[in-house]
Design a protein around this ligand. Structure first.
Ligand code: IPE
Ligand code: IPE
Ligand code: MG
Length: 248
């Protein structure tokens, strides 16, 4: 993980033939964006949802295979009830609109996280979104909802242990590839680039297993202000990195 924040690179050139296959984003900074404008935090979440729509559409346009976004963490339940409800309300609105636009957008959508604490209505919407979009094969958008990297690993370990007890898995042989199949992200390649806006330099329990060799890009821009240009800047920075994966 780089220790330095990458300097802004205005006008950075992107080689569109060498895009990262999988970009992951920690959509952070909604609250501070709202505070700066004297608005309630929920207004920041609404603005952040708009940014997500723009960025997801753009990722499909430029031909990214996978976009994974951190929308709500296992720790975000600690927030005031009104804020949590507002976020869930925005999610419902987003999913209803996404379902309405599905035929046009053709974006495959998946959800990473334990959806069981969500309301039955929201769970059903997630399920419907996943089902309707399952046959699209362009960009896949993974929304991390009630997602925590540690929670994901524990759940995977528990299912694996049960499979061992049932004789479906061998406790003496477990490869990284096999264990990846026990995670929410099964079947999805690891992220090449993880972007965190808002100036925070931490993972906050995001993709702990999958981020092993990801490149990181941090920017002070708050998520609602994040733009296509910002994304291109992050991709250009990524393209300037030398990925060695432990080799020379
Ligand atoms: C990210 O923005 C959205 C969620 C975590 C749901 P924040 O709400 O964390 O915004 P800041 O970090 O307080 O500015
Ligand atoms: C991470 O942001 C979670 C999401 C963006 C959904 P937080 O705002 O919850 O992270 P911390 O609390 O600053 O680490
Ligand atoms: Mg935050």
């Amino acid at each position: 993980m780089p220790l330095f924040r990458k300097k802004e690179q205005p006008g950075a050139e992107v080689d569109f033939t060498k895009l990262p296959r999988h970009v992951a984003i920690i959509m952070d900074g909604n609250g501070r964006w709202a505070k700066k404008r004297g608005l309630p935090r929920t207004a920041g979440h609404a603005a952040g949802a708009e940014t997500f729509r723009t960025i997801a559409t753009y990722c499909k346009e430029i031909g990214l295979d996978y976009l994974t976004v951190y929308a709500f963490s296992t720790e975000n339940w600690k927030r005031p009830q009104e804020e949590v409800s507002a976020i869930m309300g925005l999610l419902k609105k987003y999913l209803l609109e996404a379902i309405g636009r599905m035929e046009r957008d053709k974006v495959k959508m998946e959800f990473f996280g334990d959806l069981s604490p969500l309301t039955p209505e929201l769970r059903e919407l997630c399920e419907r979104t996943r089902e309707i979009s399952s046959h699209y094969d362009g960009c896949q958008v993974n929304i991390c909802l009630n997602y925590g990297g540690r929670d994901e690993l524990l759940r995977g370990a528990m299912v694996y242990a049960r499979d061992c007890l049932d004789g479906k898995a061998d406790p003496n042989h477990l490869t990284e590839e096999q264990f990846s199949g026990y995670l929410f992200s099964r079947g999805v390649p690891d992220p090449d680039l993880i972007i965190r806006p808002s100036g925070e330099l931490r993972l906050s329990n995001f993709l702990l297993w999958q981020s092993a060799y990801a490149e990181f890009y941090f920017t002070d821009v708050l998520w609602p202000d994040f733009s296509k240009e910002e994304l291109l800047r992050a991709i250009a920075a990524y393209q300037g990195r030398s990925r060695r994966f432990g080799g020379v």
